[in-house]
Design a protein. Structure first.
Length: 414
């Protein structure tokens, strides 16, 4: 009997954050081995709670949530998003140009599906959040990667971006604050990148899902405000800043001169309508999330749990003979690397497997983020600081063993 073959597209698509290593960790747990998991940015799994007023808003509207809603989302939720975007300086925004989805994840797919013809190219960061690459490929596009190297603070180089642009390039994706690196892009850099997009007529797609998760007074600059009348799609959501991943609510707003994006807007609306609407129930949380008092600062300022977790990572990396890190300015990750002078030949995936098998710690290797030849690992800042400290003890044990295995017998003895 012939087997059922999946789409050939999928051969190029990966999502290692929930991939083979995670499956191995699940098997180990099922066999009774406790695992410290630092692989996924899911605040609810680490004891963070959604602010109660968001829960209450949903509860108060349960009976209003039983019918399909507007394909672009609840009007009152979209009005709150418009107010947020206008306050940030976005141009040309109104409720017709805002789309609410089942998480930013769904909207990433819709935004690219509405744009791409077979063979079109999309400029993506390397490392990236891998859904951006996957959605590009699944919608018949080709990723072209610009590098965000540790030696450059994980910031992109606008000249390198411009050099990658060809006749088929349609869009430029930015992730700011960045997953996996935690980099937050300065205004002057964003201005140069917007100039590149303007010169080449590229649609800007800016994933700002971590927009309010910032450390040490690092300023966040919304891209749409700089883009002005240039077409720009900005993405935000409830998952991270509001610790509500399971609600599955995200949004995108299309800014810039409405005449230039009228057809694209209509395409987005058609795709939104084809899936009827996003989960109505959780959309009631958008207005209080955006218009009531912010709650994330208590976690990111000194004494707050995310602040202390980040400090724990920075202190332990500084004390380790093996590790380096660019201090994350925002988001909920750190992206340390193993120093070449400490271990010359390093395979991040082999290391992550050893860390899991030998020390019961699950991290994501840098190559999972469309980075070639990586010496990096991604850790989430979500565990309790004491647990993160324990992770570094275990990592250093594996790295010491690796260094001794690689070294000649004399240094192994020492
Ligand atoms: C950069 C980035 N974009 C989008 C998403 C998906 O978010 P959502 O839960 O809204 O689908 C994530 C989730 O980790 C992310 O890190």
């Amino acid at each position: 009997m012939s087997s059922i073959k999946p789409s050939a597209h999928l051969a190029e698509v990966r999502y290692e954050i929930r991939g083979a290593l995670t499956r191995r960790a699940r098997d180990m747990e099922a066999a009774g081995q406790p695992i410290i998991k630092l692989n996924i940015g899911n605040p609810g799994r680490y004891g963070f709670a959604t602010p109660p007023h968001l829960r209450e808003a949903i509860g108060a509207h349960l009976t209003d949530s039983e019918a399909y809603g507007h394909e672009q989302g609840l009007e009152e939720a979209r009005e709150a998003i418009v107010a947020q975007q206008k306050a940030r300086g976005s141009v040309g925004i109104d409720v017709e140009r805002v789309f609410i989805g089942n998480g930013v994840s769904e909207l990433i797919d819709i935004s690219l599906r509405a744009l791409l013809q077979p063979g079109d190219e999309v400029l993506l960061p390397s490392p990236d959040y891998p859904l951006w690459s996957a959605a590009t490929i699944l919608n018949d596009g080709s990723p072209r990667y610009y590098r965000c190297l540790a030696e450059n603070g994980h910031l992109p180089d606008p000249d390198e971006i411009e050099a990658l642009i060809g006749s088929r390039t349609r869009a430029l994706v930015l992730i700011n604050p960045n997953n996996p690196t935690g980099a937050v892009y300065p205004k002057a850099l964003l201005e140069r990148i917007v100039e590149v997009a303007r010169r080449h007529g590229l649609l800007l797609l800016c994933d700002e899902i971590y927009d309010e998760i910032l450390y040490d007074d690092t300023p966040f600059q919304p891209l749409a405000a700089i883009a002005g009348d240039h077409p720009c799609v900005s993405f935000g959501g409830l998952s991270k800043v509001h610790r509500a991943c399971g609600y599955r609510v995200g949004w995108m707003s299309l800014s810039g001169d409405p005449r230039r994006t009228a057809e694209y807007r209509d395409a987005l609306q058609l795709l939104a309508a084809l899936r009827l609407c996003a989960n109505v129930t959780a959309q009631w949380a958008v207005r209080p999330a955006l218009l009531d008092k912010p709650t994330i600062g208590a976690l990111t300022s000194p004494g707050g749990r995310l602040h202390e977790a980040r400090q724990t990572v920075l202190d332990h990396v500084a004390a380790s003979p093996f590790l380096d890190v660019v201090a994350p300015g925002g988001a909920i990750y750190a992206f340390p690397q193993i120093r070449p002078d400490a271990i010359a030949h390093f395979d991040d995936t082999a290391f992550a497997l050893r860390l899991l098998e030998e020390e019961s710690v699950l991290v994501v290797p840098g190559t999972s983020f469309n980075l070639s030849a990586s010496r990096h690992l991604r850790l989430t800042l979500l565990p309790e600081p004491a647990q993160l400290a324990e992770v570094f003890v275990r990592m250093d044990r594996v790295l010491t063993r690796m260094a001794n295995e690689a070294a000649p017998a004399a240094s192994a003895v020492a």
